[in-house]
Design a protein around this ligand. Structure first.
Ligand SMILES: *Cc1c(COP(=O)(O)O)cnc(C)c1O
Length: 392
């Protein structure tokens, strides 16, 4: 099939909800991808922070194939080893108590919202169901997580939204202004991803954690994008010096198999009880087996590598010395690069794709989320395409 035939079929039969690049991807190895016609692309996106082990990692393939040959799915009516093992591994490495598994980031955040509301209801009864979130946040596309998302543009067309969400700026004053007796939790991304790669201030996060403790609000950290090694630690909160009551994860957890979930601390470990929550595909054995492989590979040595690679990319981008690019923000392999113009970040991303480098945008920045396994050679190739494109 040619690209044009594929595009026509897609345009006809798939809902056009995505602004796609005029690029198709057929297969790949690590961070090097190939189209149907054989054109090569360096991947600085990892499928939006999902392919933590890159494309076609041999151990990931083996884990899924072995599990598929034994048991692909059975539902949560029965015990399965991969899900239980994954829960134990995640809790031990995150300093948490219990896990719940679903299939996506939005579904993970729904579980987080339900935990906060039920925790509060169990303890205080009605009237304490409001969740504070931050402006410029992104928490998903379901109605509840869309409401949680502090970007009015996403809310269009879907009114009425859910009740009981309020938005603050990431400042102490703004949080206090939005606080109230109706609040049960605060939900934040430590580095806002879709909102523009906006890191929160460490001191602000620690003060917020203190306020949550004082008011008995649950501290809900959305690590759907920052989690699972992306920033150079299993979770980003481990570098902010705070411990959430609930953390959500998804994107990178199973290296490309669909999975999301939450981990809860002692305080709210058993809040979601029999009959209060569920997910048919949750802890699917193939996804769980893939996730166990991801976690096995993301050891301390690998976390140090993620930080080194992040530094290498920063230095490489800086050394291009283009007046079109400004500050570089982010942590580990989650980087945002200011674009000063005249070309916009979207125009640059389109040109880069044409020249063989896949890159993301967020807010007005270029956003880099390469596979955690990207090689020096692949980074060099990507940087060379960036340099050549900026000169063009
Ligand atoms: C991507 C993302 C989500 C939504 O995840 P889906 O798997 O698309 O539902 C939620 N929160 C954050 C921080 C994300 O980056």
């Amino acid at each position: 099939m040619t690209f044009d035939e594929l595009k026509t079929m897609d345009d006809t039969y798939v809902m056009q909800t995505y602004a796609r690049f005029p690029v198709d991807i057929d297969h790949g190895v690590n961070a090097t991808l190939y189209s149907l016609s054989g054109k090569e692309y360096i991947d600085f996106t990892s499928g939006i922070g999902v392919n933590s082990l890159g494309c076609a990692h041999p151990r990931w393939i083996q884990a899924i194939a072995d599990q598929a040959g034994k048991l692909g799915h059975i539902s949560n009516l029965y015990y399965t080893q991969p899900g239980a093992q994954l829960a134990k591994t995640l809790c031990q490495r995150a300093g948490m108590t219990c896990a719940f598994f679903g299939n996506s980031g939005a579904e993970a955040n729904e579980a987080m919202i339900k935990t906060a509301r039920k925790y509060s209801f169990d303890k205080y009864g009605k009237g304490r169901s409001t969740i504070l979130t931050l402006n410029r946040s992104f928490h998903g596309r379901t109605i509840a997580t869309l409401t949680a998302t502090g970007q009015p543009a996403y809310h269009n067309y879907f009114f009425p939204l859910n009740e009981a969400f309020r938005y603050a700026d990431p400042t102490w004053e703004s949080v206090l202004e939005q606080a109230g007796d109706d609040v049960c939790g605060v939900m934040v991304e430590l580095i806002q991803g879709e909102g523009g790669v906006n890191p929160l201030d460490r001191e602000f996060v620690q003060k917020l954690a203190g306020l949550c403790q004082e008011k008995d609000w649950l501290l809900l950290i959305d690590e759907v994008q920052t989690g699972i090694g992306r920033t150079g630690s299993l979770f980003a909160y481990q570098q902010f010096g705070v411990q959430p009551d609930v953390v959500s994860f998804a994107k990178g957890i199973a290296g490309g198999m669909p999975m999301g979930g939450i981990l809860t601390g002692d305080k709210c470990a058993k809040v979601l009880s029999f009959g209060t929550h569920g997910s048919t595909f949750g802890a699917n054995p193939m996804s769980a087996a893939a996730a166990l492989t991801v976690l096995d590979i993301l050891d301390d040595g690998m976390m140090a590598e993620v930080k080194e690679k992040g530094e290498y990319l920063r230095a490489g981008i800086r050394s291009i010395g283009s007046p079109e690019l400004g500050d570089i923000v982010g942590m580990g392999l989650m980087l945002g690069v200011d674009v000063k113009g005249p070309r916009t970040n979207k125009e640059l991303a389109a040109l880069l794709a044409e020249n063989g480098l896949l890159i993301l945008t967020a807010g007005s920045r270029l956003r880099l989320l390469p596979p955690l396994t990207i090689t020096k050679d692949e980074m060099d190739k990507g940087l060379a395409i960036l340099k050549q494109t900026l000169a063009q």
